[in-house]
Design a protein around this ligand. Sequence first.
Ligand code: CIZ
Length: 308
Amino acid sequence: KKPFSALQEEVLRLKKERNAVILAHNYVANEIQEVADFIGDSLGLSYCARDAKADVIVFCGVDFMAETAKILNPSKTVLMPDAASGCSLEESCPAVELAAFKAQYPNAKVVSYINCSGAVKALSDVICTSGNAVKIVEHFPKDEQIIFAPDRYLGSWVEEMTGRKMILWDGCCCAHASYKAEDLKALREEFKAPIVCHPECKKEVRDVCDYVCSTEKMIAWARENPSDTIIVATVEQMIYRLRREVPNKTFIAAPAPNSKSLRCRHMDKNTLEKLRDCLRDMSPQVSVDEVVAEKAKAAIEKMLSWSK
Ligand code: CIZ
């Protein structure tokens, strides 16, 4: 294990002083993953946030994740290294537009991917993540009409997995949606290795991959797959987590068009310096409107109980 840098030591000292817990998403910088108490996807980190006993939760991820932590554990101070870390999926689904859309289908249930605002969560019957979307949708009776928001690609993958048609909101993750099927095919030819991709990728991209799953499920799949080399089509920092968890294999980050890997410009706003600063200054703090939080909490907690 390599020693901590001076900046990492400073973060760890402040963390102790503030009685804080650091939650880091699989997509944040390696040096942040190294000082985190928990690393994971939105689902795993939601459980960690709900059950956190520390006074302060520092969420290294994007705003909807930190907001979810505050909704689940409102008595804690929730900090984010950079309050401007948003999400293109979240932007693609404004709550007022979803409310108007929902009014057109008065009998439909709304299942929203966790990558959305608190206000969208408050309009939803239940939340899902990429790790449990199939299970959540299958929880409803077969004839139930479902609006799935905001990711149309994740939604279409869930349709394939469940054999159910849903009413899909037309949003997407601009990073994952940039992958091109022919690039991944070429990569497989070059490395003669299987490809695992995230369900936020387009259908034609998913169709050339060997397996489609959430980031957390990629770890178990990589461990069990017989190949020594695996190509990974999701945000590049996931490779660091995979290398730590499955050290005996080689992982290759699938390059995005015009770039050597796929990056999330919002996740990249999380830096070690900003993590240190937020612990030192106890800012920026996350707050959620109480009425929104109460409704959103019901939808998130339903997901946590249906996921068990
Ligand atoms: O569920 C999450 O945290 C996201 C955004 C991706 C994944 O599959 O982990």
